[in-house]
Design a binder for this molecule. Structure first.
Ligand code: SAH
Ligand code: SF4
Ligand code: F3S
Length: 472
């Protein structure tokens, strides 16, 4: 079974990896926190807000949980498996907690929000439970827990965007960074737990976003990814400016910081992405030609059950429109296999739509019923597990074929690459990405280059996941 265990944008940050700034300042602090993040990039981004709040309280970060006074898990509820991973991890901390009773364990993020105080009954070793909108209260909760009380705050907010908190960059390569532009989601896709764990959608102050992006650029970063569950519905009205800022406006403002700053964004909803956004992308060379446009299913009937608010034909027309305005645009997707009542023909509709769209990449999952969602209340999770897995396997095989096909088309082309780091396999080669978000590996040769430099690379070969070439 080849289920992709990575979630959206997870190729960047590994699930559960200890998360701390690279310059270790462990010795300058008396107290230390250890944080692990799970789930989507929003969670990883939130951990950087949490780190900032804790630094202000005199805590330093550590990558070694055994020396921590406070262990935090920033959790995900998107599929059952994500929650199981966290529970397993918590049981590993149990032993440590027995030996070191003063050490506090806190659960943050979506699982905290979903289970609330129930978490404390289920997992006896947990001292603190904090939902995604309540991180500002963490210092009070730590104090409460330190005094022997169980501390919980899972209040969701209609306003909180943490706009004024400067994130402490953790596990950063110093070149690419994520910038949160909105929180929450109003979409209510029937399978999805996010609207319940993250609350109502709200957009962050545009000026604070621009300020953060400018500071990143000034600090040497060369790429920002604007993050939200549904970036196309970004909409900000400030008290001082009469004109509202749309997502297309915001993209343009960030792109204008410098032609040397690449701009990416995630995630787009097919029903909301506008021509305005597509034209803005086409107009600015530094807005990357890459759109993550989750399909979920290729069947109009299933899409309706999923409450996705578009049809098969609408989605196909969107893909056509993207290709018309930007013939070189990369497109990727999220797909769910075996949603409630999905027939074999409807599954084939998904496969054929994947082929129509010619995705460069997809994140693929089988349906996992989540408590409290519309689908759980309304429909039966009636596709047997072996059928779900077989359908997923067919979807994965289709994507593998499409990815290879897409990469083969790049052979012979010269692409502009932003160097991110050494190749994982060899110190003699660089790893970077082209505008379409494809990973490109090439020998360093005798050129004097460093991470953060742009370089033109001629593609000579490829695998399903990677392009290989040499500097021209
Ligand atoms: N806001 C993003 C999605 C975030 S969740 C968007 O709309 O694209 C990331 C992906 O997880 C979803 O796109 C979906 O494909 C998958 N997913 C969400 N809930 C799921 C569930 N209950 N079972 C299986 N996959 C799910
Ligand atoms: Fe979930 Fe749909 Fe919102 Fe994405 S758009 S977070 S899938 S409800
Ligand atoms: Fe993200 Fe998982 Fe929450 S995907 S929004 S961390 S449920």
């Amino acid at each position: 079974m080849q289920e992709l265990l990575i979630d959206k944008q997870h190729d960047e940050k590994r699930q559960g990896e200890a998360y701390a700034p690279f310059q270790s300042d462990a010795n300058t602090y008396k107290r230390h926190f250890y944080i692990e993040s799970y789930g989507c990039q929003m969670n990883f981004s939130d951990s950087e807000i949490v780190a900032s709040i804790l630094y202000d309280q005199g805590y330093g970060a550590t990558r070694n949980f055994e020396e921590a006074d406070l262990i935090l898990l920033n959790t995900c509820s998107i599929r059952e498996k994500a929650e199981q991973t966290v529970r397993k991890r918590l049981s590993e901390f149990k032993k440590l907690k027995k030996a070191k009773p003063a050490m506090l364990v806190g659960v943050l993020g979506c699982m905290a929000e979903r289970l609330k105080a129930k978490f404390l009954e289920e997992e006896k070793l947990v001292d603190i439970v904090v939902g995604p909108d309540a991180y500002r209260t963490l210092p009070d909760l730590i104090a409460e827990a330190g005094g022997g009380q169980k501390a919980v705050n899972v209040l969701l907010s209609r306003e909180e965007t943490y706009a004024d908190i400067a994130p402490v960059r953790l596990n950063s390569n110093g070149i690419t960074a994520f910038v949160s532009i909105m929180r929450g989601c109003n979409n209510m896709c029937s399978f999805c737990v996010v609207p319940f764990t993250r609350g109502r959608e709200r957009s962050r102050d545009a000026a604070s976003i621009l300020h953060e992006c400018q500071e990143l650029f000034d600090a040497g970063y060369k790429e920002v990814t604007l993050l939200g569950q549904n970036v196309d519905s970004y909409y900000y009205i400030s008290d001082s400016e009469p004109k509202p800022v749309t997502f297309a406006n915001l993209l343009e403002m960030v792109a204008l910081i410098s032609p040397d700053l690449r701009v990416r964004f995630s995630t787009s909803h097919p029903k909301d992405i506008t021509d305005d956004v597509l034209h803005t992308m086409a107009k600015h060379e530094n807005i990357c030609k890459y759109i993550h446009l989750p399909l979920q299913s290729g069947s109009t009937r299933v899409l309706q059950l999923m409450n996705r608010n578009y049809t098969r034909e609408w989605y196909m027309a969107k893909v056509d429109r993207i290709r018309e305005i930007m013939p070189d645009c990369g497109i990727s997707s999220d797909i769910i296999a075996g949603f409630c009542t999905e027939t074999e023909d409807e599954h084939k509709d998904t496969v054929s739509l994947m082929e129509y769209a010619g995705y460069d990449m997809s994140y693929m999952f089988f349906y996992s019923e989540r408590p409290g969602t519309l689908a759980q209340r309304r429909y039966q999770d009636d596709i047997p597990e072996d059928v779900k897995k077989r359908r997923l396997q067919e979807i994965v095989e289709t994507q593998n074929r499409l990815s290879l096909q897409s990469n083969k088309k790049d052979i012979g082309k010269t692409v502009r690459v932003l160097i991110e780091a050494n190749s994982r396999r060899s110190e003699e080669a660089w790893m970077g990405r082209n505008s379409q978000n494809k990973v490109v590996i090439f020998p360093k040769e005798s050129f004097d280059l460093k991470p953060g430099d742009y370089v033109n690379v001629r593609i000579a070969d490829c695998s399903q996941a990677t392009l290989f070439g040499s500097i021209v």
